[in-house]
Design a protein around this ligand. Structure first.
Ligand SMILES: *[C@@H]1O[C@H](CO)[C@@H](O)[C@H](O)[C@H]1NC(C)=O
Length: 367
C-alpha cells in the first residue's frame, strides 16, 4: 500500500518535471521569420557575437569566440577556428562591416575568450572602459578583463585582470564605475555533465555578484541560469535574464550596492543578454525562442537555431513597473542568424548577435 503510494508520487513527480522540460525547451514552438526592415548579415563575424554593447555615440563593441565552460561540444569550437576577439561596428556608418580591435598591453592574449561585455563611459573624465568576461582557456578560470578604449587609434589597451573567489561561472558583467561591476554566475557547478544536469533539473542556483576595488561578494541568489545583466540609465535598477524561466528579474540597487528583488517580468522566450537604451530606458533582448534547437546548434553549429529579439518598454520610472509593453522586433528561423544572444539598438538601427554564429544588421522601419 505505502510502496504503491510512493511509486505513484515518484512517477507523478517525474512526469511533471518532464512536462516542464518540454515547455522550457520549446518543443511544439514554431518560428516564423519577422523583420523590422531590411536586414543583412555583417561580414567578418563568424564565430559569434555573443554580447554587443553600444556607446552613447553609436559605437557597438562585439565579443566573439566564446569558450563555453565545456558545454559547447562542436569539435570545431577550438582554436585556431575559435579565436577570441572584440570587434567594432559603427552605427553611424552601417554600410561598413565590423572591424577587429587590436588588443594591446600585457595580458594573456592567446587564452582570451570573451563572453559578456560592458562599456563604462566615465561622466567626469570621458574615459571609456570595456569590461569583458573571459573564460581563460588553459586554466579554465573565469576572469574579467578591463580595457581602456583608445578612440583615435581604435584599439583596446589592457588595464587589469580581475578574479575573485565568488567569480566561478561568470556569464555577464555590467560596469557601474571605473573599477566596479555586477556579474552573474549562471550555474553553481563548473564541470561539464554536472552543469547539464543542473540546467535540466531547473533548479535556481544562479547568483549575482558585486565587485568593487579588489573585493567581490555575492549580493543576490536564487536565479534560474542568471544570464545577461544590465542596469537602468538612472542606476536605480538591475535587470537579470533567466532564459530557462523565460523571464527578467528586476532588482533595486541599494546604497551599499546590495540588491532587493522587486519584480519578475515574464517574456516567454529564452532571454540571453539585455541591452538598455540610455535615452528611453527600454530593454532590448536577444533571445533563444527554442532552447532545444540551441542545444543542438552548440553540438554542431551547422544545425540552425532560431533567433528572437524583443523590446520591453516601461511606462513608469519606478519598479515594480505597472505597465510593461513587450514587442517582438525580429525573429529568424536560424538560416540568417542562429542562436541570438544579444540585440543592440541605436537610432532606429539594430544589431543581432549570436552565441557562436554570425551577426545581423537591420534598419528599423516598423515593428
Ligand atoms: C554537422 O552536421 C552536418 C549536417 O547534418 C554534418 O554533415 C556534419 O558532419 C556534422 N558535423 C559534425 C562535426 O558533427
Amino acid at each position: 500500500m505505502l510502496r504503491g503510494l510512493v511509486t505513484c508520487i515518484g512517477i507523478a513527480v517525474i512526469l511533471t518535471h518532464l512536462g516542464r522540460l518540454v515547455l522550457v525547451l520549446g518543443y511544439f514552438k514554431t518560428i516564423h521569420n519577422h523583420r523590422p526592415g531590411p536586414c543583412r548579415v555583417v561580414d567578418g563575424i563568424d564565430v559569434g557575437s555573443e554580447d554587443i554593447t553600444v556607446s552613447s555615440d553609436g559605437l557597438a563593441f562585439i565579443s566573439s569566440g566564446i569558450r563555453g565552460k565545456n558545454y559547447y561540444s562542436d569539435p570545431r569550437l577550438v582554436p585556431p577556428f575559435l579565436e577570441g576577439k572584440i570587434s567594432l561596428f559603427d552605427f553611424n556608418h552601417p554600410e561598413n562591416n565590423a572591424m577587429e580591435l587590436p588588443l594591446k598591453g600585457h595580458f594573456d592574449r592567446e587564452n582570451f575568450h570573451p563572453h559578456g561585455i560592458s562599456l563604462y563611459e566615465d561622466p567626469k573624465t570621458g574615459e571609456r572602459r570595456l569590461f569583458a568576461v573571459n573564460h581563460h582557456r588553459t586554466t579554465d578560470e573565469d576572469r574579467v578583463e578591463i580595457f581602456r578604449f583608445d578612440d583615435k587609434a581604435r584599439s583596446l589597451n589592457h588595464l587589469k585582470t580581475v578574479t575573485g573567489k565568488n567569480m566561478y561561472s561568470v556569464n555577464d558583467v555590467v560596469a557601474i564605475g571605473p573599477d566596479a561591476f555586477y556579474f552573474t554566475n549562471d550555474l553553481y557547478f563548473v564541470k561539464n555533465w554536472l552543469r547539464e544536469l543542473e540546467g535540466l533539473s531547473l533548479v535556481s542556483w544562479g547568483t549575482v555578484g558585486f565587485y568593487n576595488n579588489g573585493e567581490d561578494r555575492i549580493v543576490a541568489s536564487g536565479f534560474r541560469f542568471s544570464n545577461g545583466v544590465n542596469v537602468s540609465p538612472d542606476g536605480r535598477y538591475l535587470y537579470v535574464a533567466q532564459p530557462t524561466a523565460g523571464s527578467i528579474v528586476v532588482l533595486e540597487i541599494k546604497k551599499d550596492n546590495s540588491l532587493e528583488k522587486k519584480q519578475t517580468i515574464l517574456v516567454h522566450t529564452g532571454v540571453d543578454n539585455i541591452e538598455v537604451d540610455q535615452q528611453t530606458g527600454d530593454l532590448w533582448l536577444g533571445c533563444h525562442p527554442v532552447l532545444h534547437l540551441l542545444i543542438d546548434h552548440t553540438k554542431n553549429i551547422t544545425n540552425p537555431a532560431g533567433s528572437h529579439v524583443l523590446r520591453v518598454h516601461f511606462e513608469s520610472k519606478s519598479a515594480p513597473y505597472e505597465k510593461v509593453d513587450i514587442r517582438q522586433v525580429f525573429m529568424d528561423d536560424g538560416n540568417m542568424v542562429s542562436g541570438a544572444s544579444s540585440a543592440s539598438y541605436y537610432d532606429n538601427k539594430l544589431l543581432v548577435g549570436t552565441v557562436i554564429h554570425k551577426m545581423a544588421y537591420c534598419e528599423i522601419k516598423a515593428f
